[in-house]
Design a protein around this ligand. Structure first.
Ligand code: F1P
Length: 344
């Protein structure tokens, strides 16, 4: 049957979240000590594909929590245009996120940053023995999240909850509260699977748009990539209010618009979706405010991002099956992109 690995990896991911949090506890003291010593005035998160989108969310969370200037970029951008990103390498912390720890652009970007006198490199990876881990000063490992599938699911969510713990911990907040998400995740998966399967199987919908703002924007882009990689369906992602500035020309009866409502701007975000529904689009919300998919209420803002993922991963999975595709083996893709380092 198509997609057996992907299905298992999506369904079992809360256990991997728990493992990631246990691993975080092991490195927390080293992180705090390094953070106090470095006192960085800039933090840059890098990754490729899914892990670039993860970096978008991780950077937003860290700056929101600590007040330290944080940004995300694709590893290739740091490699080829570092002067547009790094202000003072000696006061910059680089956090490289990579499931495999072997992606050429990420390895080469880290090496270049270190050659430029970068202050320190931390990495979040599923492979603590990988070349990237060996280059890093501190490794945040998510070993239980290793997966067979090419498209990241369990690995992405586990590396993300590690980044959420990092933001909460470095800002002195009760990061252990993230353990509560394991039970929430199991409930969400069971409750939302039939809803997402029904939406995925609607052949009248030919385009999927994911809207997310603030820390949720990275998750919206990851949902877009899951839909693209797994099901070869036209998908895109935007900040919520940006959708009005042109892309909404595509909002009609053929469009599904999935809104990742935030805990803090939901009124503005709901208004966008109401306007698109009036144009004939099918909308669906994931929200702490009781949307079509209700997330838990009253969690701190840094706890939410990982909870949006399981339904969105299931949407891409079921869409692939509805088209007779195998999400375990997406067309043209490999689990890792390896390039000739001499080219850089
Ligand atoms: C990065 C990546 C994935 C993508 C595909 C190819 O891998 O681009 O994001 O989905 O699997 O590799 P990694 O650096 O996170 O291992």
């Amino acid at each position: 049957m198509n997609g057996q690995h992907t299905y298992q990896e999506i369904m079992t991911q809360p256990a991997a979240w728990e493992d990631a949090l246990a691993a975080f506890a092991e490195v927390a003291e080293a992180l705090a000590s390094s953070w106090q010593t470095l006192k960085p005035n800039q933090v840059i998160f890098i990754g490729c594909g899914s892990t670039y989108y993860l970096s978008l969310t991780a950077a937003a969370l860290l700056q929101q929590a600590t007040g330290i200037a944080s940004r995300a970029c694709a590893a290739s951008e740091l490699l080829l245009f570092s002067e547009t990103l790094v202000v003072d390498p000696a006061k910059t912390l680089l956090v490289a996120i990579s499931r495999s720890g072997t992606t050429t652009e990420t390895l080469t970007a880290v090496s270049r940053f270190q050659q430029q006198g970068g202050a320190a490199v931390w990495t979040i990876t599923c492979y603590p023995d990988s070349p990237l881990a060996q280059m890093a000063d501190i490794v945040l490992p998510t070993v239980a999240a290793q997966e067979e599938s090419v498209a990241q699911t369990r690995s992405f969510a586990s590396m993300l909850i590690m980044a959420q713990a990092l933001a909460a911990y470095l800002s002195g907040q009760a990061w252990e509260q993230l353990h509560d998400l394991v039970a929430y995740g199991r409930t969400l998966i069971n409750q939302t699977a039939p809803i997402m399967q029904q939406l995925a199987e609607r052949q009248d919908l030919v385009r999927f748009t994911f809207l997310g703002s603030g820390p949720q924007n990275g998750i919206a882009h990851e949902a877009m990539l899951k839909m693209t990689e797994m099901s070869l369906t036209v998908a895109n992602a935007f900040h919520f209010l940006e959708y009005r500035h042109g892309p909404m020309s595509m909002a009609n009866a053929e469009a599904a618009i999935i809104g990742l409502l935030s805990p803090t701007a939901a009124d503005h975000e709901k208004q966008v979706l109401a306007e698109m529904a009036a144009n004939g689009a099918t909308t669906l919300t994931l929200s702490p405010e009781g949307g079509d998919i209700a997330l838990p209420t009253n969690l701190p803002v840094w706890a939410y991002p990982v909870l949006y993922l399981p339904p969105l991963q299931l949407l891409g999975y079921y869409r692939a099956l509805s088209k007779g595709l195998d999400p375990d083996n997406p067309r043209n893709l490999t689990a890792v992109v390896t390039l000739d380092t001499a080219a850089f």
